[in-house]
Design a protein around this ligand. Structure first.
Ligand code: HEM
Ligand SMILES: *[C@@H]1O[C@H](CO)[C@@H](O)[C@H](O)[C@H]1NC(C)=O
Ligand SMILES: *[C@@H]1O[C@H](CO)[C@@H](O)[C@H](O)[C@H]1NC(C)=O
Length: 497
């Protein structure tokens, strides 16, 4: 194996000399060559892999395509709802996280819910689902989100408006989400969103850990990072440091929590960590693994969704006006039920995530041979990815105006009540932005509540104005989650001067 990969590195430059790097062109599928497969096209498009694989799958008449990676590895990519249903529900037991995903992310995630299958997964899923009952969600909106919003986000936006200064809204929203998810997971407030925008050690360690681990997926062969890790050099050295920092920090919090629970066993904690500890799970590594998965899940997803949402509405003033109209009908300090009831805002968020899904593509690995509904043969060990970013762009699913930002496509007039708007969900296999089936996102409802509360809090008072010179579309880049390349520079205006 080592020799073949050495050979590969010697061959690669030669191949580059003989074949010109292909330009991406959605009308002509990229060429596949012996040994390296589609690697040349993949390499040429390494900065826009989401768009590249999206173009590829959309150019296939069946909406399913096969990407050939070096050494004959195949990866099946699909945007066909029938295939998505098959892998996420019908044959769920065949399509698991699998070894590649698991070993690549193991250093950071350990045996947390994101990184396990089978009974380990089922157990953690059941245990943590209590964190998402109505009572916890209500507490989350009315205490955690509201405090972060009123005491931190709004003052920062108000100061920016008063000073006419430029903010990176992406950074701000990531900090917001990080504080939120740490309070849910740990019951700990990292105070990451403050006017000085500090580089908090734990947050930076988390950022590096996730970034470096997800970059491992892009290497030609996992051997590269395994060797680097063995020699403890390059990015793997930083990864090791980051993981140690994350773990040490988690242990510190865990120890404090245990002491607190010992002093006062009747304490009514709503965070995940306390919930696990008080239900008798004392294995530190296990509890820490679960908590880390949750931070990862909640950290960049809602911020990714909101960044694109604010950009889209800045380009669509009529839609912004509709949202503000809906917010103005609610009381000034929105309570849980009012947030739930923001139908137009809900539709607008779904619509922005259709075009810019926070998790653009997600992969499973087949643990047995299978055949997809369209006849594609799947051998054991093959990766099968569903591609929400591509699916939001399928004309057959969304109509000729698929490229338009139009929240109305999610709404209908309710004839029984006096013409009120009603939200009409699409089936989750057509819109797998939160995944679908038994492993559908656990935090979906919490995410919507948080996002709607933020949208209401911000737009009630401010307008967000992007400052990009050309006014063009920001660049969508994605690793595990999507980001706006270079951040999202905005100015803030008070709505009622
Ligand atoms: C807009 C925001 C969000 C989006 C688009 C989103 C999307 C997703 C997706 C695509 C998955 C499947 C990942 C995989 O299995 O590979 C997932 C899983 C998960 N999400 Fe979310 N998520 C969001 C917010 C959240 C939040 C705020 C939380 C926690 C508070 C959360 C908790 C989870 C958990 C625990 C899982 C794992 C579920 C399992 O494996 O059974 N998510 N999410
Ligand atoms: C997979 O799906 C097909 C139908 O599409 C079914 O015949 C087969 O039994 C399934 N296999 C498993 C293990 O669920
Ligand atoms: C920005 O505004 C805040 C509050 O309005 C003020 O305290 C601060 O000095 C201002 N900063 C700058 C750079 O003008």
């Amino acid at each position: 194996m080592f020799i073949s990969s050495l050979l590969f590195f010697i061959l690669l430059p030669l191949i580059f000399i003989f074949f010109k790097t292909p330009k991406s062109n959605p009308n002509s599928p990229p060429k596949s060559y012996p040994i390296v497969g589609h690697y040349l096209s993949i390499y040429a498009n390494r900065h826009r892999l989401t768009q590249f694989t999206s173009d590829l799958v959309l150019s296939s008449p069946t909406l399913t395509t096969v990407l050939r990676r070096p050494f004959g590895q195949r990866r099946i990519i699909t945007a066909d709802p029938a295939v998505v249903r098959h892998i996420l529900k019908t044959n769920f037991s065949i399509y698991q996280k699998g070894d590649i995903f698991r070993s690549t992310l193991f250093d950071v995630l350990g045996n947390g819910i994101f990184n396990v299958d089978g009974d380990d997964w089922k157990f953690q899923r059941q245990l943590s689902s209590h964190e998402f009952n109505t009572k916890s969600l209500r507490h989350f909106v009315e205490h955690v989100v509201d405090v972060e919003l009123n005491d931190r986000l709004i003052p920062i936006l108000a100061a920016a408006a008063a000073n006419d200064s430029v903010l990176d809204l992406q950074d701000i929203l990531q900090r917001f989400a990080f504080d939120n998810i740490c309070r849910i997971a740990f019951g700990y407030d990292p105070v990451y969103l403050t006017p000085s925008l500090p580089k908090a050690k734990f947050a930076v360690a988390f950022e590096d850990g996730v970034r470096i681990s997800s970059e491992r997926f892009r290497l030609v062969s996992p051997l590269i990072w395994k060797i680097q890790r063995f020699l403890n050099i390059g990015s793997e050295q930083r990864l090791k440091e980051a993981v140690t920092e994350i773990r040490q920090f988690a242990v510190k919090i865990l120890t404090e929590k245990k002491e607190e629970l010992a002093r006062n066993p009747s304490i009514q904690s709503v965070d995940l960590l306390s919930r696990f500890l008080s239900s008798g799970h004392s294995d530190e590594n296990f509890v820490i693994d679960i908590v880390i998965s949750f931070i990862l899940a909640g950290r960049d997803t809602t911020s990714a969704a909101l960044v694109w949402f604010f950009w889209l509405i800045s380009r669509n003033p009529a839609i912004e006006a509709e949202i503000v109209k809906e917010i103005d009908l609610k009381s000034e300090s929105l309570v849980y039920d009012e947030v739930k009831d923001m139908v137009y805002t809900h539709a607008s968020l779904c619509e922005s995530m259709r075009l810019y899904p926070p998790v653009p593509a997600d992969s499973k690995m087949a643990n047995a041979d299978d055949v997809l509904p369209d006849g594609t043969v799947v051998e054991r060990g093959v990766m099968v990815s569903y591609h929400p970013y591509a699916m939001g762009r399928v004309e057959g699913l969304w109509g000729k105006d698929w490229a338009e930002f139009r929240p109305e496509r999610w709404l209908e007039t309710d004839e029984t009540t006096t013409g009120k708007l009603r939200f009409v969900a699409r089936d989750p296999y057509t819109y797998p932005v939160f995944q679908a089936g038994p492993r559908i996102c656990l935090g979906k409802e919490m995410a919507f509540l948080q996002m709607k509360r933020v949208v209401a809090g911000v737009l009630q008072r401010f307008t967000v104005v992007p400052v990009a010179e050309d006014g063009g579309e920001p660049v969508y880049v994605a690793a595990l989650t999507s980001k706006m390349k270079g951040g999202f520079s905005v100015k803030i205006r008070e709505r009622k001067e």
